[in-house]
Design a protein around this ligand. Structure first.
Ligand SMILES: C[S@@+](CC[C@H](N)C(=O)[O-])C[C@H]1O[C@@H](n2cnc3c(N)ncnc32)[C@H](O)[C@@H]1O
Length: 552
């Protein structure tokens, strides 16, 4: 399995995943909370799922979640762990009606309480300042790396290691716990014991201490407006929380799944910690924010590659792919087997098994495929069937040609073959095999104005504020824009702004030359990148200098 992000309803995607394939699954599903605050992205996928959950009360929510947890349990390995993140709205229902039923009470390991201090303070009851994270394992043999997530020793504990050996290693003395020993507690041990009664004491070295094993209450700060991790996603969880979970319940190379991945915290942490990952979300925006997050982190933390599966394939990308790569991909998507050797194939690119006959396939990465291709294919088919000591079978499908589109001549020839020679060749368009669409097209427009500089220096001077505005060049519906204000084509798009619904950004620039790129993403998850180089000729600050911007 490869690292991947998948757009879609997790129930359907989980059903397609093999059993016993995941080591760790963490989910942070939409809480059974105030429904008005729940729609985050507002895209069509999210609204559909939102309605799905809210058409009934808590029972409906529990049923909705239950069927997903059944699938998660199935895809987990026998040594796998499951963390379910929820809060007071539904945690009692979830534990009893979902987790105990599916995983079994005996596989309950922890109810982790994640405590935080946020506003507002409650006045009618105690402030509800924790979330609950349930940990269940599939069986009683599971990964738990307690040493990977220990709490460091406190200063006061460290201070107790006052003695130093010949090598300078710090230690303290502990009683050996011998029956009748006068040493009843650590307090009773004194340095002199080591000389006078060495059999009663043992050295406890500081450098052998890994730390304190963690308890089930965790104090980790929530993401706030000044957090450096902030990507603008309202229910974004802190990386420290997910790192702890991943380190404790998986090993390097293990497969981690988050099928409600949102802004991709689990996925980013898993990749950073050298785990494999699968992220699923039904919102285009969530998947694309996660993708941008991973792309930004590439080179910084980890270069592990990943694929992103959205609703449609990009026409240009498929059309411009390398010929053999295209043949292989489209034939496999069609349910056939590609001819990898590309030799001794009688001009056949692959076969499709149908009632035990291997029907030949020809795949063309072109539009308007003409009659000559049908003629050539007919010859290839004859040779192919002859090699199997057969005639071209009559009145059943004898061959397939796959292409982007077919000419009138090709269609007429196929009809003639059927009518006059009982040979049936099926012409299959790529769009009948895979959902395919053109990516959106955009233009970046800009204007500028002078604004008073934020400085106390006198005389007051001005800055050049540039306002960028994206226009659609083909009327496609754009769900999300992202911006890279320091674009470097070789390094790829590294978002500075992950979530922009308006397509408008303002920035103040010093004099200089800047490469800027904007990405626009449509509702199918297809995206385009538009670049712009601007040269800001600031002239002397405080004077009106013109022109200030040139598009290179
Ligand atoms: C609370 S958020 C997850 C936040 C995430 N833990 C983070 O740190 O960014 C829940 C996510 O579940 C997604 N979701 C809701 N129903 C879904 C479904 N049926 N299939 C896949 N994703 C779903 C929503 O789109 C949303 O992004």
């Amino acid at each position: 399995m490869s690292n991947r992000l998948i757009l879609g309803d997790n129930l359907e995607i989980l059903k397609d995943m093999p059993s016993n394939s995941v080591d760790l699954c963490y989910i942070d599903p939409p809480f059974f909370s105030n429904r008005n605050y729940e729609v985050i992205w507002g895209d069509s996928g999210e609204i559909a799922s939102f309605k799905d959950r809210w058409s009934g009360g808590i029972e409906h929510y529990i049923n909705w979640l239950y069927e997903r947890v059944v699938e998660i349990h199935r895809v987990l390995k026998d040594t796998g762990s499951f963390y379910l993140h929820c809060d007071w709205h539904a945690n009692n229902y979830i534990a009893v009606n979902i987790l105990d039923k599916i995983f079994g009470r005996n596989n309950f390991r922890n109810e982790i309480v994640w405590c935080y201090k946020t506003r507002p303070q409650a006045k009618c009851y105690f402030g509800r300042k924790h979330d609950t994270i349930f940990l269940y394992t599939k069986t009683n043999k599971y990964v738990f790396n307690w040493e990977a997530v220990v709490r460091p020793l406190s200063d006061s504990t460290r201070m107790k290691y006052k003695l130093s050996d010949m090598d300078g290693r710090l230690y303290r003395l502990e009683g050996r716990g011998i029956k009748g020993s006068p040493i009843k507690s650590a307090k009773d041990v004194e340095a002199k014991w080591e000389k006078t009664n060495p059999e009663l004491v043992v050295r406890d070295y500081l450098d052998e201490k890994v730390g304190v094993a963690l308890e089930d209450w965790w104090e980790i700060n929530t993401i706030n407006q000044s957090s450096h991790e902030l990507i603008g996603y309202p229910t974004q969880k802190p990386v420290a929380l997910l790192e702890r979970i991943i380190k404790a319940s998986s090993n390097e190379g293990d497969m981690c799944l988050d099928c409600f991945c949102g802004g991709g915290t689990t996925i980013s942490a898993a990749r950073k910690l050298n785990r494999q990952f699968i992220g699923i979300d039904q919102s285009v925006q969530a998947i694309k924010v996660t993708q941008a997050r991973l792309e930004k982190e590439t080179d910084l933390f980890n270069n592990a590659p990943f694929v992103v599966k959205v609703h449609k394939y990009d026409y240009d990308m498929v059309r411009e792919s390398e010929a053999f790569e295209f043949e292989r991909f489209i034939i496999e998507q069609f349910g056939g087997e590609a001819n990898i050797k590309q030799r001794g194939d009688y001009g056949i690119d692959g076969i499709k098994k149908d009632n035990k006959i291997n029907i030949p396939i020809q795949a063309k990465r072109s539009d308007n495929v003409g009659r000559n291709i049908v003629d050539n294919f007919e010859t290839s088919m004859r040779r192919y069937y002859q090699s199997l000591s057969k005639q071209i079978p009559a009145n059943v499908t004898a061959g397939y040609i796959i292409a982007f589109s077919f000419s009138k001549g090709a269609v007429e020839e196929v009809a003639r073959l059927k009518r006059e020679e009982n040979i049936i060749i099926k012409l299959i368009k790529v769009e009948e095999i895979i959902p395919i669409a053109k990516k959106p097209k955009i233009e970046i427009g800009y204007e500028w104005k002078e604004v008073e500089a934020k400085t106390d220096l006198l005389p007051k001077c001005t800055d050049k504020k540039i306002i960028f505005k994206i226009k659609s060049a083909d009327n496609s519906k754009i769900e999300l824009y992202q911006w890279d204000f320091n674009y470097n084509k070789d390094k790829g798009f590294k978002a500075d702004i992950f979530m922009d619904k308006t397509g408008m950004q303002e920035r103040i620039f010093e004099s200089g030359s800047y490469d800027i790129a904007a990405k626009a993403i449509d509702s199918d998850g297809l995206e385009c990148i538009e670049e712009l180089r601007i040269i800001v000729n600031g002239g002397v600050k405080g004077t009106k200098s013109e022109p200030i911007i040139k598009q290179a």
